[in-house]
Design a protein around this ligand. Structure first.
Ligand code: MG
Length: 203
């Protein structure tokens, strides 16, 4: 199982971190050890003093493929969830300054949270999908698929030009504006429309 992530897929988020809006999808990966397993506590990482949440829609790959044309891409994913691409922002800032890869900031153990999966329907995909994150009961991020720079189909097609996609792979499709810090004791809840997909307490 592979975890792909899209960076800067919402213009307002790219702006809030002072990044240019990309001309092609920014793709990075997390190893499977990054996926927080069910009923496992999430601990604040000891190497960071600035842990950020990034709420994202996640796609689940349902069919093996490579060089997938964009107009066929929707056949290659079947389920959606909401999760968090946890980021050690202080570590990332240091790495970015030096032009170094992001893994220490993004790909550490348990840095990928995934909620429950919902089977996708054509009807769902035909309309904007809204998702949000609450921190301690207050909404801190709200996004919808209409604001994505690169669509689900474009992302799947683009990734498959470089990497084989396999059943069970996951794609984190980017975060909207509103990313921010969290500390021990914070409770994070992710929503797809009005349905709660996960709840997590930072230990
Ligand atoms: Mg992200």
């Amino acid at each position: 199982m592979k975890i792909f992530c899209v960076g800067r897929n919402y213009a307002d988020h790219a702006k809030e971190l002072g990044n240019a809006v990309p001309e092609e999808p920014v793709i990075f990966m997390k190893p499977k050890t990054a996926l927080l397993q069910p009923n496992t506590p999430f601990y604040y990482p000891q190497f960071s003093n600035e842990l950020h949440y990034e709420v994202e829609l996640i796609l689940r790959i349902a069919k093996n493929g490579k060089y997938i044309p964009e107009n066929q891409a929707s056949k290659y994913y079947d389920a959606i969830s909401v999760g968090i691409d946890f980021t050690a922002r202080d570590v990332q800032a240091n790495l970015k300054k030096k032009g170094l890869p992001w893994e220490k900031a993004k790909a550490w153990d348990n840095s990928a949270v995934a909620g429950n999966w919902l089977m996708l329907s054509n009807e769902m995909l035909a309309n904007p999908i809204h998702f949000s994150l609450n921190k301690n009961g207050e909404q801190v991020q709200l996004g919808n698929t209409q604001d994505m720079i690169f669509s689900f189909d474009h992302i799947v097609s683009h990734i498959s030009q470089y990497f084989s996609l396999n059943i069970g792979d996951m794609i984190y499709t980017g975060t909207p504006a509103g990313v921010g810090e969290c500390v021990s004791g914070d409770v994070l809840e992710g929503y797809l429309e009005t349905q709660k997909m996960f709840e997590l307490e930072i230990k």
